[in-house]
Design a protein around this ligand. Structure first.
Ligand code: 13P
Length: 345
């Protein structure tokens, strides 16, 4: 009997954006997960990191119904559950697709104070081949674009360099039969208003799709992971979900080809409920040419992390908290989230 042919890049990309489902971004680097664990008073040991992620991947109802894919960190894709089952197998058993973060983080861009360039292209072909063997069928690379207009950040040089690196990464992924999640994150940390976010996001996406075309990336086999168009946290302004939705969709209609099957947002420091409400408002003004869903880290995990707090006796409560957020975001991916559903925990 011949082996099953591997799914095509297009099939995998479409599965990632299955209506009602989205991505669990659980790919925090060792430094980031330590920050999250510090906040709940848990030591960031390899065992604690394993136990925590195992409880998420064993949240059967959440995983089966609302999670299409999980982004893992290098340590996690190699880890085994307490009973010896590879964590990757837990994810696959739930019907979700294992993915892997492959960038090596953002470093200062020389000559451009305040700008960064994401590193990790050297040796990427070999790493992708190994990750494929370990079960990864999609990958993630995050470019980081800060906004500080007083300092001319971001520079055109940083936007171009990051878009070029994303395109090089995406082409290497497709060669390895891995769907690239292309993440150009315009940060919401600054004091800028929503229109500045719109302008910068537009410049970034225009350059990104230029570079993806130039690199011969097949757009049907990609997923975009962008920020929403939203005012910076230090601006003191809160935009309504309707305003975020209108400006976010406007920028995508102007820049993201309809050949792209789906867009999976990062939460970027929005509160849990804000990230859900905004996603739902975005879908409520559809139909759109692409599926729009979540690829949330903090907005899916803050509640379960707090509920868990490192204690075995809290695992069930943490799984309930994860299920609730996953269900709320599943509703939002259909434009059907309501405050009533939110409260009926
Ligand atoms: P947040 O949703 O916490 O922004 O994380 C998503 C992610 O993967 C950022 O790269």
């Amino acid at each position: 009997m011949s082996a099953q042919p591997p799914d095509s890049l297009e099939d995998i990309a479409l599965r990632i954006v299955t209506p009602g489902k989205g991505i669990l971004a659980a790919d925090e680097s060792s430094g980031t997960i330590k920050k999250r664990f510090d906040a709940i008073g848990v030591a960031s040991t390899e065992e604690n990191r394993r136990d925590y992620r195992e409880l998420l991947f064993r949240s059967n109802e959440a995983m089966r119904n609302y999670i299409s894919g999980v982004i893992l960190y290098d340590e996690t894709i190699r880890q085994k559950a307490k009973d010896g089952t590879p964590l990757v197998d837990l994810i696959k058993a739930s019907g979700a697709i294992p993915g892997i973060k492959v960038d090596k983080g953002a470093q200062p861009l020389p000559g451009f104070p305040g700008d960064t360039i994401t590193e990790g292209l050297d040796g990427l072909r070999q790493r992708l081949a190994e990750y494929y063997e370990l079960g990864a069928r999609f990958a993630k690379w995050r470019a980081v674009i800060d906004i500080d207009t007083a300092k001319s950040v971001p520079s055109a040089t940083s936007i171009a360099a990051n878009a070029h690196a994303l395109a090089r990464y995406a082409a290497l992924c497709q060669e390895a039969k891995i769907v690239p999640i292309v993440e150009p994150e315009v940060l919401m940390d600054g004091s800028h208003d929503i229109d500045t976010c719109y302008d910068v996001t537009k410049a970034v996406l225009v350059k990104l799709y230029d570079e993806l075309y130039a690199a011969r990336v097949v757009l049907e086999g990609t997923v975009l992971k962008p920020n929403m168009v939203i005012a910076g946290k230090k601006s003191g302004k809160k935009n309504s979900p309707e305003e975020v939705a209108e400006k976010t969709i406007k920028v995508f209609r102007e820049t993201v080809p309809a050949a792209v099957p789906g867009i999976a947002f990062l939460s970027g420091g929005q509160s849990d409920e804000e990230a859900t409400a905004n996603l739902s408002a975005i879908n409520a003004i559809g139909p759109h040419p692409w599926k729009l869903t979540f690829s949330y880290g903090r907005a899916l995990q803050a509640a379960p992390q707090k509920a868990w707090s490192g204690k075995t006796e809290n695992v069930a409560a943490a799984q309930r908290a994860f299920l609730h957020r996953a269900r709320m975001n599943g509703l939002a991916s259909l434009g059907n989230w309501t405050t009533e559903a939110e409260k009926a925990a």
